[in-house]
Ligand binder design. Structure first.
Ligand code: SF4
Ligand code: SF4
Length: 211
């Protein structure tokens, strides 16, 4: 069951250019074709679970120019990237890619030089962004992710000391079970060819996007 709530917004502070900013981003191109049919929301497992994410609502808010409300929400960080909404959309809006575009904009806008436009990431946003960063650093370091190092650093950076260490202890028995079943490697992967190739991809992406 999808729960719909009635929300009210102050449109006097709306940023009417926001939809153009999102549409100019990779993945946001088809945003304005949305005709609010709700097929995305009705098929979304996260919306069905009662969390904040409601794809149709997010698109509506972007179109209305509710920049801060969207970029500071937990909703844009709750998508699990299953592509159900993208498969079902009759207008090919590709919400899964729109949400990625919104996340990139949100991270960028935390450093906006104009303080009045600067946004703050939500709690879930900070944790998810921190996890993505640790994952990408781990792939840069080893050529692919190495879970013990990646999770260890995620807990330290994302949760801080000593909470990260305490949470880490909770996972030790689970990780041990995975070690003995060879699901996680004790030693870091050491494939210098893979590492070189991956670093080449990172450098190319950085040169093209500047990020
Ligand atoms: S399915 Fe597509 S057109 Fe329909 S509300 Fe969702 S994004 Fe908009
Ligand atoms: S990709 Fe995200 S928004 Fe779309 S159905 Fe899956 S969880 Fe929901």
């Amino acid at each position: 069951m999808v729960y719909m709530s009635i929300q009210t917004f102050n449109l006097n502070t709306a940023d009417l250019d926001f939809k153009n900013v999102v549409a100019a981003e990779e993945g946001g191109q088809h945003l304005k074709k949305c005709f609010q049919c709700s097929s995305c929301t009705l098929t979304c497992p996260v919306a069905d679970s009662g969390l904040d994410l409601n794809p149709r609502n997010v698109i509506r808010q972007v179109l209305l120019g509710l920049r801060k409300e969207v970029l500071e929400s937990d909703a844009i960080w709750q998508c699990v990237g299953c592509f159900e909404c993208t498969d079902r959309c009759p207008q090919n809006v590709r919400f899964t890619e729109v949400v990625e575009a919104l996340r990139r904009i949100a991270v960028r806008e935390t450093k906006n030089k104009d303080r009045s436009k600067r946004i703050k990431l939500s709690k879930q946003g900070k944790l998810k962004h921190s996890f993505d960063k640790r994952f990408s650093e781990s792939v840069w370091l080893w050529g692919r992710s190495w879970e013990p190092e990646m999770i260890g650093r995620y807990l330290m950076y994302g949760r801080g000391f000593p909470f990260g260490a305490l949470i880490g202890f909770k996972y030790i028995s689970m990780m041990w079970g995975m070690f003995i079943k060879f699901k996680i490697e004790f030693l870091p992967p050491w494939n210098s060819t893979a590492r070189k190739e991956v670093r080449g991809i990172y450098k190319k992406a950085k040169a093209e996007t500047g990020e």
